[in-house]
Design a protein around this ligand. Structure first.
Ligand code: AMP
Length: 496
């Protein structure tokens, strides 16, 4: 494998920018993909986020874009991302590695005004980074012509599938010139994704990095048994956070959007420094929360899978699964947020009475048993198998059934909780399916008394006086039973 960037065929401008960014050695996916991209080959890259896959397409694209120039409303390249955050991250990559270029990059994502972006498009964009729904909106308004696109990047394709974007992707592919280069990235290759690649890619080079579904050796994984009662689960979580002496910051994953907001508020009320990240928040609040977490102004980030997927958050000491993930692959993604780049990390998964079957599936996937620990964090024994727990009633289930709401694309469709693959969805019990959540109140911050040093380390803040305890509040219910949603309701609405 190439040991530095000089042998990959990248332009001088690009290699200089990479050196300025402090990278001396290409990652595996970069070393594999860059030469093929420069040869104008189609690529299927099976790589997870965290492998350096963004630069594996951004760097050669920058090199290729050095010849030729953009024409009005005709972007030269198009990058499709499933979420706004990922789109924004790719944009940052273009800024970082393209600092020696004078390329124009347009970003079409929900939640931001289009005026500036339209101006860039009108002048001619070299790169258009977009979420699929927003891109189609602008196309339908006649703001973009897609006939000049030479390179198409479809990133995180399996997440696009989860979010119901495949019909949009198919439509977009049909609008692009047949003679284009397509770079296709996905962490997994379910059959629907394979079908898509055989339809829209030409003689692709298939690249795969790292074993799929592996978890880093540097992560200490634990399971903690909890009752299904939300308030007891929250109490256990608080106890675990307090017991973790090495905790510097943590991401806490919930399966449902409404639980993300409720848990974040609850933690704040209990004196922790916590923020929420979920798909119903507006773009500004999401970015603010993320920036605060990255800058260590926030210690605990409570997040849903969709909101957190693909985010580049360095150095997280702990990951908590407040809910065991119902898709085993999500476990790998979640705990992969810690133990990065050789650092050590801890992942603690709360296991409710009916989570045995999910834990079984996870253990099968990662090919190892996750040890049981007590609620104080001490290791006990390997996890029980499904039969032991599966028959007990899950106290969350009735609420989950009541609260099941319309899923799929909301007005800012890129961030909707995934409608999930139909087959998988039909096979799953109602209790696991995400439910709707009301508007979040503005972030509440406790009064500014200084916390004790050891509490600071755990992200705790002084407890604030308040009139009611959210921990006991019943969560919001959804819009109705699990009825199919007409396609027109799933379309994104236009902002301007
Ligand atoms: P990605 O998988 O694209 O989300 O990248 C994950 C992280 O790896 C980001 O923080 C990148 O800045 C970083 N990164 C990308 N390329 C390299 C490299 N060659 N060496 C070290 N870090 C890198």
């Amino acid at each position: 494998m190439t040991s530095d960037f000089s042998g990959l065929g990248l332009s001088d401008k690009v290699t200089e920018a990479v050196a300025a960014a402090g990278y001396t050695k290409p990652t595996e996916i970069q070393a594999q993909a860059i030469p093929h991209v420069l040869q104008k080959r189609d690529i299927i890259g099976i790589a997870q986020t965290g492998t350096g896959k963004t630069a594996s397409f951004v760097l050669p694209m920058l090199t290729l874009l050095e010849s030729g120039r953009a024409r009005a409303r005709m972007p030269r390249t198009l990058i499709l991302e499933p979420t706004r955050e990922l789109a924004a991250q790719v944009h940052e990559n273009f800024e970082k590695y393209g600092k020696n270029h004078k390329l124009s990059v347009a970003l079409l994502i929900g939640g931001v005004s289009f005026e500036d972006q339209n101006r860039v498009l009108d002048r001619g964009a070299d790169v258009l980074i977009a979420t699929p729904g927003r891109m189609l909106d602008q196309f339908e308004r006649g703001r973009i012509l897609l006939t000049g696109v030479d390179i198409l990047v479809i990133d995180e394709a399996d997440r696009m599938l989860d979010m119901g974007f495949i019909p949009d992707i198919e439509r977009i592919c049909g609008l692009l010139p047949a003679r284009r280069q397509t770079l296709f990235f996905s962490a997994t290759m379910p059959p629907e994704i394979q079908k898509l690649t055989s339809r829209f890619l030409r003689d692709p080079v298939r690249l795969e990095v790292a074993r799929q579904n592996s978890t880093a050796e540097t992560i200490e994984q634990r399971l903690v048994k909890v009752s299904g009662k939300p308030d007891e689960k929250r109490e256990t979580l608080r106890r675990l956070i307090r017991a973790e002496s090495g905790l510097t910051n943590a991401i806490i994953f919930c399966n449902r959007k409404r639980d993300v907001a409720t848990l974040a508020r609850s933690l704040e009320r209990h004196g922790f420094s916590a923020g929420a990240l979920h798909g119903d928040m507006d773009q500004k609040s999401r970015m603010e929360t993320l920036d605060a977490f990255k800058a260590d102004r926030l210690t605990l980030l409570v997040a849903s899978d969709v909101a957190a997927r693909g985010l580049d958050i360095p150095a997280v000491s702990h990951v908590f699964n407040f809910d065991a993930p119902t898709h085993a692959e999500d476990y790998v993604h979640r705990i992969g947020r810690t133990g990065r780049a050789g650092r050590s990390g801890v992942s603690i998964t709360l296991m409710g009475p009916s989570d045995g079957k999910y834990i079984d599936a996870i253990q099968k996937l990662i090919q190892r048993d996750i040890p049981l620990a007590d609620a104080g964090g001490e290791a006990q024994a390997p996890a029980p198998s499904r039969g032991e727990d599966g028959s007990e009633e899950n106290a969350l289930a009735p609420r989950g059934r009541r609260g099941r709401a319309r899923r799929g694309r909301t007005s800012d469709n890129e961030t909707a909780e995934p409608p999930a693959r139909r087959a998988a969805s039909e096979a799953r019990p109602e209790a696991e399916k995400p439910a709707a959540e009301p508007r979040r109140r503005p972030a509440e911050r406790p009064a500014a008394a200084a916390p004790a040093p050891e509490k600071e380390r755990r992200g705790e803040r002084p407890r604030r006086a308040r009139s009611q305890d959210i921990d006991d509040a019943d969560g919001p219910v959804g819009f109705g039973p699990d009825s199919p949603v007409p396609a027109f309701l799933l379309r994104s609405s236009r902002i301007n």
